[in-house]
Write a protein that binds this ligand. Structure first.
Ligand code: GLP
Length: 239
């Protein structure tokens, strides 16, 4: 894994936009997976402000993760967030995103449908955030590295960190869809974004601990072409 050190969050966001630009150059109609959360907001802001971001216009996006068991029209779906924070500011049509339907009566079938779609086109580029418990998407601690797209129970930590989007912890859905770790591993290029001192411990584990499902992000060591962009505050002291 290549580790790039950014001075601060702004620098990380600029570098992430440049990485995406460079990596997508020359790929026709790429299939791209992008994260939600606080970390990528600066990246999306940079892309929206850059007149050269039309390169994303011919991309197809596959949703990384989504809550399960809520109406599709609920404004708190991750697809709704992605529309407001990424697609709409970049004037990308809604249909460019292949999303999970959080309300389907057969969630397992829905997960299979999404996995088949990702397998059929392949993933060219995947950008990920890092959960404070080491999760990627909603692949929580204990996730098998061979896992495919599926429905998972959210960990207590994820419920807590998603509470801000739901008013309070009690409102957060208990289950979610996520692309699986093996599904993500098929990506040709992967970028992990890590910002803030509260991520320093889990970033150290991701980079230095032996691979283990207890820290799902350690599976990145087996992915092809992985770049980590971390700001200084997220880096362990002395690195
Ligand atoms: C969330 C999402 C992930 C995201 C991660 C980090 O719960 N399921 O896709 O990357 O946690 O979020 P943040 O960037 O807000 O720290």
């Amino acid at each position: 894994m290549k580790v790039v050190v950014a001075d601060d969050y702004e620098d990380l966001s600029r570098r992430a936009a440049a990485w995406l630009h460079r990596t997508l150059a020359g790929i026709n109609n790429p299939t791209v997976v992008l994260p939600t959360g606080n970390t990528p907001v600066g990246l999306y802001r940079n892309l929206a402000a850059d007149p050269n971001s039309q390169f994303l216009g011919n991309a197809r996006f596959i949703q990384l993760d989504e809550y399960q068991g809520i109406p599709r029209e609920d404004s708190r779906t991750l697809a709704g967030w992605f529309w407001r924070v990424f697609l709409q500011p970049l004037s990308i049509r809604k249909s460019a995103l292949l999303s999970f339907d959080p309300s389907v009566p057969d969630p397992d079938g829905e997960a299979e449908r999404m996995d088949a779609a990702a397998t059929q086109t392949g993933i060219d580029v995947c950008v990920l955030g890092l959960g404070q418990n080491g999760h990627l998407g909603f692949n929580e601690p204990g996730s098998d590295f061979k896992s495919r797209t599926r429905v998972v129970d959210l960990s207590e930590e994820s419920i807590k960190s998603n509470a801000a989007y739901w008013g309070d912890k009690g409102q957060v859905p208990r289950r979610a869809f996520t692309l699986g770790l093996a599904t993500l591993a098929s990506s040709k290029h992967t970028l992990l974004l890590v910002s803030g001192a509260h991520k320093a411990g889990i970033l150290t584990a991701t980079l230095k601990a032996p691979q283990s499902p207890q820290v799902p992000a350690t599976c990145l060591k087996s992915f092809r072409d992985v770049t980590v962009i971390a700001d200084r505050s997220a880096l362990p002291a002395g690195d």
